[in-house]
Design a protein around this ligand. Sequence first.
Ligand code: GDG
Length: 735
Amino acid sequence: MSKTIIVSNRLPVKITENDGEYMLSPSEGGLATGLGSIYKQNDNIWIGWPGLEITEDDKKEKIIRQLKQQSLLPVFLSQEEISEYYEGFSNDVLWPVFHYYASTYANYKQSNWDFYQKVNEKFKDAVLKTAKPGDTIWVHDYQLMLLPALIREEQPDLAIGFFLHIPFPSYEMFRLIPWRAELIHGVLGADLIGFHTFDDVRHFLNAATRILPVTSSANIISDGERSIVVESFPMGIDEKKYASLPNDPQVKKDIKLIQDTFKNIKLVVTIDRLDYSKGILQRLQAFEHLLEQYPQYKEKIALYMVVVPSRDTVPQYAQLRDQIDKRVGSINAVYRTMDWTPIHYYYRSLPIEMLSALYYTADICLVTPMRDGMNLVSKEYVASRINNDGVLILSEMAGASKELIDALIVNPNNTVEVADTIIRAINMPLDEQQRRMQQMRQMVSKFNISHWVKIFMDKLKEVIQFQRSMQTRYIGSATQQSIINRYAKTNKRIIFLDYDGTLVDFKSNIEQASPDEELYRILIQLTEDPANHVVLISGRRHENLAEWFGDHRIDLVAEHGAWFKKQKTSWHKLPGLSAQWKHDILPILETYVDRTPGTFIEKKSYSLVWHYRKAQKGLGELRAGELMNNLKYLANDKGLQLLPGDKVVEIKNMEINKGKAALTLIDNNNYDFIMALGDDYTDEDIFKALPEGAVTIKIGSSLSAAKFYLRTPGEARRLLKNLTENSAVDKLIND
Ligand code: GDG
């Protein structure tokens, strides 16, 4: 039976040692709760670092045994590995860069990178020791970005998902990392890559296609061999738990305590791990501004600030802690009165009951990170507001702000705005509070953690099914043999061949893609068989095709079907075509050439093509979209068709169509073998038009109406070669 293996840096348990005995307690993280339903079922397991250094073998054995009972499998790390891979590379390079703090905190140390690779390998070994064909692997977060590709290299058929819990930064930030290509390559080993928000998805697609030779179409990345889906899956929380906690007796006690302490005071709560990305100092500045600007709120408002200790052995974090201490101290010193303290600051972790009591009693929850992948605290506050009141103030830099749009959204850098928004929240009428909170509660309740796990897993299954269906469509040796068998048995064949991208690789200079010796040999071999009628059907200009293939025993169709040339005859064109429209369209295209360096217009008899393959990356695509939009109505009026192709936009008469052209040639000729090879949009018309029994082959693995696909022009050439060579052998044997 197949199983699911979850892999994350940390196992979802806390281990404490007491007199040589180990105690395991479940960690309260949302991820552990959400995935709890999975990893404890069947043979599923969770692989990760147990959170403490263990050197003796007998102790390791003991822990392995204890963890096994909970479906957990440890990866032991040495102190050096922890400090180089985790504290070093993960938290000193990836964390600051991904949170837009590259210039202040990132430290690109070679030895950190070496260990990052080494530890990712270690995780790979642990995964491969237990993974069997058919299993699903779900890798989590920035500490393990190399793992998907490492697993894929050794076990190509495993289903692999990857989820990043922190933001994926814009390309301009990400490119700073010396090992950016390796990181992207690592993640692309997955079949499905998930992020919290659509912005992260966009950033990743952009970085991947700029850094590696991969292409993307919508949210699918293709590396020539595989299609990888990139999507946003905003993570949720265990909403039911937070909604029911206020009824717990301990929580009730804590609520009473807080309410008694803060009578007639508006309570503003903030909860964060100690981290510069959380904007704690900026928030204190905003609160100080409020006290200064709105003295009337003295003794009527209090900030309850919980900062959970984290990484404070690292100097930057210790420094941040000291700065917070100082700032809180100085604000309290200036504004405190005999019976009122403006800021109640706790540098510690609280029991979940106290946390829930705070969420329940706080009039306002202030969540103002400078950057945050999602931020679960904001969702926990919403889920805890079972009376539908209270106000959430949320930074636009947190992933959660994309979902919780009924919060008061602020820019955390804007001190004045944050202070004013707290005042607005204090004075918000109850009905407005309820209207906003109800909307947010619905959102948090529906998109809860189980939902998140389910949609990620469902999507991964769908991606795998899609890839399998693609695999069956791929012409491997068995399919090739059956095509050859069919070919050998037939006597009257027609073979349609597209040129660019099908028989030759795409070149950035269209003039460069002229046919080579090998291609001529293959075509001659094909045409030497009198049973074969070979048609070259291309979008190129007729003069161009004539120059290259005019003397061969090949029928030529140029400009997508506007021009025909039977072997040994001259060209004739499709009757009734007009080129009058070019006078109106050409000047428009020229404005695009003027505005976009590196682009040019190709003029054909019945079409115009705007080429942008040499334009600045991204700009060409942007202008192409703009051009399509611009010409939409005009094209319709004039009976023209707009074709967005590979780095081109082509405008042609509606009547011209490769499919129609192909059918004209087949016309009542009783071919017993029909085959077509093509790579782009315009070839889809042929695939669709040909009769049911035709062998239609797309070059490239994107979606297509073709029955089969091959990956490259090289593979297409090999098939054509094998058709003639192997079928001759077949015939010899059969005769
Ligand atoms: C990363 C991303 C993304 C906090 N203090 C206490 C306590 N907590 C719990 C909260 C919440 C969790 O810790 C913090 O989650 P966040 O989402 O706010 O932040 P990160 O830990 O940085 O997590 C983040 C997340 O991954 C998930 O993908 O949202 O953007 O940075 O659940 O309740 N829990 C207890 N006592 C505390 O004092 N018991």
